[in-house]
Design a protein around this ligand. Structure first.
Ligand code: MEV
Length: 435
């Protein structure tokens, strides 16, 4: 079957109907979507095996972004997030990008860095030479410690040596670069660090310090480009070219000001974290890598930038992405396993391209809103839907009540109850008249 990410009217139907539509679009069984997600996708007994002192689980909304096309593939993208409008924004922006052919992504090999700190090194040049002369032996030791990964085609690929501080620090660090295949790799890389540390200290005539992965996994970057035709950017009040210029202005603001860059990047992480969490991955690791990468020049910078090229707005994002599709939480979390089935991929690299695309989509939606109506209008429209539900609206009444309270500029449960009363009265008199 051909997967599709286009499901018009999806937001208007019930949760149950959405499950059926996603089942049709992805080939997943609707009942299994329900089974995997009811109870938050994780029962207390399984949760008790994840962490310590468990009392229960803590659920968050699980939505899907639609309209997403990356490298010619359609993806229904699972997103776990508590913030209203993130999923809608990613879907809307993906539709705009789709009009220009979809996201185009490239991804590095899944190389993670294992760090071994060495202290009390009195002769760095000699230590460096000795370690590099024994690179093959170090790689062999590393690979002996991770036979499963080597059997899957991964393993240690290279050794780097760096001096830290000045001579009085007597400190250096050795990086062992490890191809982690479809694993996020933290455990593998930590195992490698511990396996080679003593030999490295011996070669450097120093002492072993810390042995741990680096979350600045800049060997494992993903780059995504979006080319958006100007006309699809237009709003009721602004033409596409004016919106594009506003978006370029927003990009320049983030490029010139770290205070703005932090917020710009927060909007990007709205999309990336939501996919990271939905797929059972370590979002703190992804966050740490993203922000360290954003500051790599010594100045905190935006992870995504936008420029106009004639009739097209071009957005680019680049960041490290340590995501896995095997091991850890993923094996045992039914919700995370469902996410990979909905995405239709077992490849960590493919998952990384989708997550980065959702970062770029979230950024496009945010800067477009900021460059036009401002962010509050869209937020309020969505907030109005939850207020309508809180007032007792169901089915198609949700959207109608929400629209009425937005138009009245009174987004409160009382106003929603009044609107609901009016609509119900209208519907009763229509029934009485035989409409
Ligand atoms: C809110 O979650 C994210 C934004 O602040 C991002 C931005 O300002 O670019 C809207």
């Amino acid at each position: 079957m051909k997967r599709t990410s286009r499901i018009p009217g999806f937001y208007k139907v019930t949760v149950e109907e959405r499950r059926s539509l996603v089942a049709e679009a992805t080939g997943e069984d609707a009942a299994s979507i329900g089974r995997s997600l009811d109870g938050g996708g994780l029962d207390a007994e399984t949760a008790d095996k994840f962490v310590e002192n468990v009392l229960g689980t803590y659920a968050l909304p699980y939505g899907v972004a639609l309209n997403v096309r990356v490298n010619g593939h359609d993806y229904v993208v699972p997103m776990v997030v508590e913030e209203p409008s993130v999923v809608a924004a990613a879907s809307n922006a993906s539709k705009m990008v789709r009009a220009g052919g979809g996201f185009v992504a490239e991804v590095d090999a899944p190389i993670m860095t294992s760090q071994i700190q060495l202290t009390a090194v009195t002769d760095y040049p000699r230590a460096r030479e000795a370690i590099l002369a024994h690179e093959a032996e170090i790689l062999e030791r590393a690979n002996r410690s991770i036979p499963g990964l080597v059997a899957r085609g991964g393993g240690a690929r290279g050794v780097e040596v760096r001096s830290l501080g000045d001579a009085s620090d007597q400190m250096m660090v050795v990086h062992v670069l490890v191809d982690c295949q479809d694993a996020m790799g933290a455990n593998l890389v930590n195992t490698v660090a511990e396996a080679v540390a003593d030999r490295l200290a011996e070669l450097a005539s120093g002492k072993v310090g810390l042995r741990i992965l680096s979350n600045l996994c800049d060997r494992r970057c993903v780059r995504v480009t979006a080319r958006v035709p100007l006309d699809v950017l237009a709003t009721d009040d602004m033409d596409g070219a004016a919106v594009a210029d506003g978006i370029v202005n927003a990009s320049r603001f983030a490029e010139l000001d770290p205070y703005r860059a932090a917020t710009h990047n927060k909007g990007i992480m709205n999309g990336i974290d939501a996919v990271t969490i939905a797929t059972g991955n370590d979002w703190r690791a992804v966050e740490a890598g993203a922000h360290a990468f954003a500051a790599r020049s010594g100045r905190y910078s935006p992870l995504a930038t936008w420029r106009r090229e004639g009739d097209v707005l071009v957005g680019k994002i680049e960041l490290p992405m340590a995501l896995g599709t095997v091991g850890g939480t993923l094996r045992v979390h039914p919700g995370a396993r469902l996410s990979l089935r909905l995405l239709g991929t077992e490849s960590a690299s493919q998952l990384a391209t989708v997550a980065a695309a959702m970062g770029l989509a979230s950024n496009l939606a945010a800067v477009r809103a900021l460059a036009t109506d401002g962010i509050q209008r869209g937020h309020m429209a969505l907030h109005a839907r939850s207020v309508a539900v809180a007032a007792g609206a169901t089915g198609e009444l949700v959207a109608r009540v929400a629209q009425m309270i937005v138009e009245a500029r009174d987004i409160t449960v009382d106003a929603a109850k009044r609107a609901l009363g009016v609509l119900r009265k209208e519907s009763d008199s229509a029934t009485a008249l035989g409409d």
